[in-house]
Design a protein around this ligand. Structure first.
Ligand code: GTP
Ligand code: SPV
Ligand code: MN
Length: 595
C-alpha cells in the first residue's frame, strides 16, 4: 500500500489532470501481468502467439508512424540552454510545462491509468535508483514489468522515504464518449514530446507508445536523467553492454562496450566465443551504471531486468543465445506473424516462409519486395531467459576494459587501443557510426558522430560530460582504470564485411584482455596500438590474408582526412568551449600522423 505523501499527492494530481476512467497500482505480480495481457488480447490490441511454439508471448503492431525513438521530439528542458548544451533539443522548462499540461489535460479519458513503481538496478542496492511511471498504456505496463523490477517491494522503499523519479507518460489519445480505440493509439508527430527535466529529476512523455519514448525507465531515466545525476554525484551512466569473460586459465574479467543503437551490443553481450576454452556470460546488453569503489576500480551494474532487443538479423547462426532468450515470456513488436501463430523476421531463417502476416497486419507472400517486419522490430524478454546470464548478474562487477565502436565501413581498424585513459576519452569523443533504424531519421546509412554512443542520451552539456569523464583520472590511479579500446566489426569492401564478426569477435576480446596485462602482442601506430597479427588468435579462422591486412592497416592519408573531419566536427559542436583534453589529444594525433 502506498503511504508516501509525495507519491500519493502526485497520483492525485495526475488523476485530476489526465482524467482516466480507473487506476491500477502495478504490484509486479504474474497474476496482474496475465490479467492485463488477456485483456489486451480480448480487445484486439495484442495477439497471443501459439503457446506450443512461443509460450506466454504476445505480438504487438505499432502505428506505422510510431516505430522508434524520435530524436527531434526529444527535449532536455531546463532553465538555461547552456545546461542542455549543443547536442540536445532544449526548451525552457517554464515555456514547455504549460504546453504539455494542456496536452495532458483529459488525455487519459476512457483509459486505465497504471501507476508503476520500479527500481533501476537490484531493489535496495545503493547504486540503484527508483522511479514511478504513470502511464495510460497497458503495453508500457507489460513491458516495464519485464524491463525493470516493479511492484510492492519498491513501494516499501518509497514509503521509507527513498527518492524516486516522477515519470509521466500518456499515449495522447483520449477516448471521448463512445470513440473507438485503435490498436495502437498515439498522437501526431508534432504533438509528441519526450521531455526531461533534469533540474527536478522528472520525465514527461506524450504521444508515443514506442520503446525508448515510452518505457521511461530505460533511455529517459537510466541514461538521460541518470547521466545528469551521475555528473553531480561522481559516477557514470552509459549506453554500454556488460560482459563477463572467463579465459582458459579460469581468470574472470569484465568488460563494457558502448556502441550506438543497432550496432551490436546485444550480440556481443550474448556472444558464443568461437575460440577454444573461452567462456562468455551476459551481465547487461544496453546500459551500464559505473561507480568507483574504495579499491579504486570502476564497478558496473546493469540497471535493467530485461532485453529490449533488435529482432532483425537475430538468428540461430548470428545469436543462438538470443534465439533461446526469446523462446517464451516475450513481447514482440512489429515482427511478422507466421501461419502457425509464431513470429518471423528478416534473417531468422535462411529460407523465407511462403506466407506471413506482415507488421501492418496484411498478407505477405514469399518474394514480396516489401519486407514483412520493421527493421527496428524488437523483442522484450526477461534477463533470466538468457542461457548465458551470469549467476552474479545482480552484483557490481569490476571493469577491466571499455570498448567503443560503431559502424564505420572505412578508416577505423578492427581494433585499436588508446595510449592511456585520456586518449581513450578522445576516442570516445570522435566515435562515429552509420545511422540505423533505431531512430526515425531520413539519413539512415549516413555516418554521424555519436560520442560514447551517447549523442541522443547525454542529459546535459556535452562539454561537461567530457570533463566529467576526465575527472576520473584524478579520482584514482591510471593503472586501476579500465583500458580503453575502439573496435569496428563493420569494415567493408565491394564484397561486404571484411570481418566475420559475431562469435569471432571473441578473438578481438582475447587480444584486448591480453593488452590489459601488457602482453607484447601489438604494433604501435599514430592512432594507438593495433594487433600484431603474429600474436592474434587466427586459429581455424576463415579469412583472407588481404582482409586481415586491411583490417589492421592505419593509412596516414586517410587519417589526415579524418583529422580534418574531426577538427570541423569539434569546431561545429564545441566552438570556443572545446574541452582542453580534446584539444590536446587532437594536436598530439596530428603530430604523430605528421612525424
Ligand atoms: P540497440 O538495442 O538499438 O541499442 O542495439 P544493439 O547495439 O544492442 O545492437 P544489436 O546487437 O541488436 O545488433 C544490431 C544489428 O547488428 C543486428 O542486425 C546484428 O545482426 C548486427 N550485428 C551485431 N554484431 C555484428 C557483427 O559482429 N558483425 C556484423 N556484420 N553485424 C553484427
Ligand atoms: C536504442 O535505440 O538504443 C534502444 C532501443 O536500445 S530504445 O529503447 O527504443 O531506445
Ligand atoms: Mn540501446
Amino acid at each position: 500500500m502506498i503511504k508516501n505523501k509525495i507519491l500519493l499527492d502526485w497520483i492525485e494530481e495526475i488523476n485530476n489532470l489526465c482524467e482516466p476512467k480507473d487506476i491500477i497500482i502495478w504490484d509486479g505480480s504474474q497474476a496482474l501481468f496475465d490479467r492485463v495481457s488477456e485483456d489486451q488480447v480480448k480487445t484486439g490490441k495484442a495477439i497471443r502467439l501459439n503457446p506450443k511454439k512461443r509460450p506466454n508471448s504476445l505480438l504487438y503492431r505499432s502505428h506505422p508512424s510510431d516505430v522508434a525513438r524520435i530524436e527531434k521530439r526529444t527535449f532536455i528542458s531546463t532553465s538555461s540552454r547552456d545546461t542542455a548544451g549543443p547536442t540536445n533539443n532544449w526548451i525552457n522548462s517554464e515555456e514547455l510545462k504549460p504546453i504539455m499540461l494542456n496536452l495532458y489535460k483529459g488525455s487519459m479519458k476512457g483509459r486505465t491509468m497504471y501507476v508503476i513503481p520500479f527500481s533501476m538496478g537490484p531493489i535496495g542496492l545503493d547504486m540503484s535508483r527508483l522511479g514511478v511511471e504513470i502511464t495510460d498504456s497497458a503495453y508500457v505496463a507489460l513491458n516495464m514489468q519485464i524491463m525493470t523490477r516493479t511492484g510492492s517491494k519498491v513501494i516499501d522503499l518509497i514509503n521509507q522515504g527513498q527518492d524516486f523519479v516522477k515519470c509521466l507518460h500518456s499515449v495522447g489519445y483520449p477516448l471521448e464518449n463512445g470513440m473507438e480505440d485503435p490498436a495502437w493509439p498515439c498522437a501526431p508527430i508534432d504533438e509528441k514530446y519526450i521531455s526531461h527535466f533534469p533540474e527536478e529529476n522528472m520525465i514527461w512523455s506524450y504521444g508515443s507508445g514506442y520503446g525508448g519514448n515510452a518505457l521511461l525507465g530505460k533511455k529517459c531515466l537510466a541514461l538521460r536523467i541518470a547521466s545528469s545525476m551521475a555528473m553531480k554525484q561522481g559516477w557514470l551512466a552509459e549506453h554500454m553492454l556488460i560482459l563477463k569473460l572467463t579465459d582458459p586459465s579460469n581468470q574472470v574479467r569484465y568488460i563494457t562496450g558502448a556502441f550506438p543503437s543497432a550496432c551490436g551490443k546485444t550480440n556481443l553481450a550474448m556472444i558464443n566465443p568461437s575460440i577454444k576454452g573461452w567462456k562468455a556470460e551476459t551481465v547487461g546488453d544496453d546500459i551500464a551504471w559505473m561507480h568507483l569503489k574504495e579499491d579504486g576500480r570502476l564497478y558496473a551494474i546493469n540497471p535493467e531486468a530485461g532485453f529490449f532487443g533488435v529482432a532483425s538479423g537475430t538468428s540461430e547462426k548470428s545469436n543462438p543465445n538470443a534465439i533461446k532468450t526469446v523462446s517464451k515470456n516475450t513481447i514482440f513488436t512489429n515482427v511478422a506473424l507466421t501461419d502457425d501463430g509464431d513470429v518471423w523476421w528478416k534473417d531468422l531463417t535462411d529460407e523465407e516462409p511462403d506466407h506471413l502476416i506482415d507488421w501492418h497486419g496484411n498478407d505477405w507472400y514469399k518474394g514480396d519486395l516489401m519486407r514483412p517486419d520493421h527493421p527496428n522490430a524488437r523483442f522484450t524478454s526477461p534477463l533470466t531467459n538468457c542461457p548465458t546470464l551470469a549467476e552474479n548478474f545482480e552484483e557490481p562487477v569490476p571493469i577491466s576494459a571499455i570498448l567503443f565502436g560503431g559502424r564505420r565501413p572505412t578508416t577505423i581498424p578492427l581494433v585499436h587501443q588508446s595510449f592511456n585513459f585520456k586518449h581513450g576519452i578522445f576516442l570516445g569523443s570522435i566515435m562515429g557510426s552509420e545511422i540505423t533504424a533505431a531512430t526515425i531519421d531520413e539519413n539512415i546509412g549516413k555516418i554521424r558522430r555519436d560520442p560514447f554512443a551517447m549523442l541522443p542520451f547525454i542529459g546535459y552539456n556535452i562539454k561537461d560530460y567530457i570533463n566529467h569523464w576526465a575527472s576520473f583520472i584524478d579520482k584514482t590511479k591510471e593503472d586501476l582504470l579500465p583500458k580503453i579500446f575502439y573496435v569496428n566489426w563493420f569494415r567493408k569492401d565491394e564484397s561486404g564485411f571484411l570481418w566475420p564478426g559475431f562469435g569471432d569477435n571473441a578473438r578481438v576480446l582475447k587480444w584486448i584482455l591480453e593488452r590489459t596485462e601488457n602482453k607484447d602482442n601489438f604494433q604501435e601506430t599514430p592512432i594507438g596500438y593495433v594487433p600484431n597479427l603474429k600474436a592474434f588468435d587466427l586459429d581455424a579462422l576463415d579469412i583472407s590474408k588481404n582482409n586481415l591486412k586491411e583490417l589492421t592497416k592505419v593509412d596516414r592519408d586517410v587519417w589526415l582526412d579524418e583529422v580534418k573531419s574531426i577538427e570541423k566536427y569539434f569546431m561545429d559542436l564545441y566552438g570556443d568551449s572545446l574541452p582542453i583534453l580534446l584539444k590536446d589529444e587532437l594536436n598530439q594525433l596530428k603530430v604523430r600522423l605528421n612525424s
